[in-house]
Design a protein. Sequence first.
Length: 459
Amino acid sequence: MEKRKYYFIAIGGVGMSGLAKYLLENGCEVSGSDIVDSKYIDKLRDLGAKVYIGQKKENVPSDAVVVASTAIRENNPEMIRAKELGLKVYHRSDILAEISRWGKFFLGYSGTHGKTTTSGLSSYVLEKAGLKPSYVVGGIIPEIGCNAHSQDGKFFAAELDESDGTIVKYSPNICVINNLEPDHLDFYKDGLKSILETFEKFISNIPETSVVLVNKDCDATRSLHSHKTLTFGLDDADYTAKNIKFMPECTTFDIYYRGEFLTDLKIILRGKHNVYNALSVLASLHQAGVDINLVKPHFATFSGMGRRFQKVAEFNGVVVYDDYAHHPTEIKATLSSAEGMNGKHIIAVFQPHRYSRLKNLWNEFLDAFSRVDKVIVTDVYAASEDEIPGINSERFAQELSNHISIPCEYIKGSMADVAKELYPQLKKDDVVIGLGAGTITNLSKELLVLNEEVVKVGS
């Protein structure tokens, strides 16, 4: 960017705050606004950012590059003011693309599912190996405690979002495509066909010297053919995971490259999907020329990204997990992580994310909850969308209870209301798994508040 002064509309989210942090660490002047304060905003203020709470036209400086995400509507007062001032409004993907061209070896992680975990795992093992990577990812990396950092090492790792087609703006040296499935159907009008066209364009745009690692066990990604592509999978791929052993405390497997043993690997993440995640990251680092022995030990200490089957509360023999899963395949993968919790009573609390996603994947969502003992459905988190007539949580919960032989319950209202209904039902050995990309993340906090009140009354 020709200007070194940036203004972020809605600076407080995990993605936008990461970009703002990266720019601040590179000496740029950054300001912005959001509707509510957050821990991300506190960190940006510590780095020198000026952040307004509340969005007003007078907040926008007359000489800044304005950055907005897809969620910001044209009638936002700050968006209107930016246009009045003749300021160019950049999408957050434009800023990430610009950062990625600042001379580092660019590792990109993409796909419908797994991109936050793989980009975070890659950043984590490079960091722990002392390679001082730079990164911008879509979640908080465990132990490191942040989602973005600029350092003087060779590598730059980033999560590349496909939800709005902006992935075509990037030119990574190595790119992982974890999997592709119908999602974001408000943007991809022809479903998977449109998504594949976007990824074909992305692959054709990147340099001839780049390498694209695709999941051979996913039908859609397997169809992406190019001389730039290598494959990973559980059988007959360039990188394969073999001799997989799922144990209570860890998972171990061997990795082969083109039939030759490369290394053994141990991870403490649960579920088969995390074997794919670790395999793809190891493959990407191997292709990037990283000494595998430097990074290998750190795969075994990665506890997972924030909001990825994250244990967030424990009280009275009840354990609460929080997970960002908001697509049927993600929900299935998350609930598979609960397998092996013998003697536990699993309660899934599902907050549908966007009316359009619930509508477009209605039948797939009905088939996503087979591995639990009870399902609670909360109101839809609209994420700036308008309601769609006939598409609501009450109807979904009713259809779900007709579809599966598992008790299903709809609880309306805020997450505090959900917690008030749920708390009295909980007993020892219950495992609550919150699922969704919205306010469901507050469920554990609300349950803990109620539990503290009960403890006070009892003491």
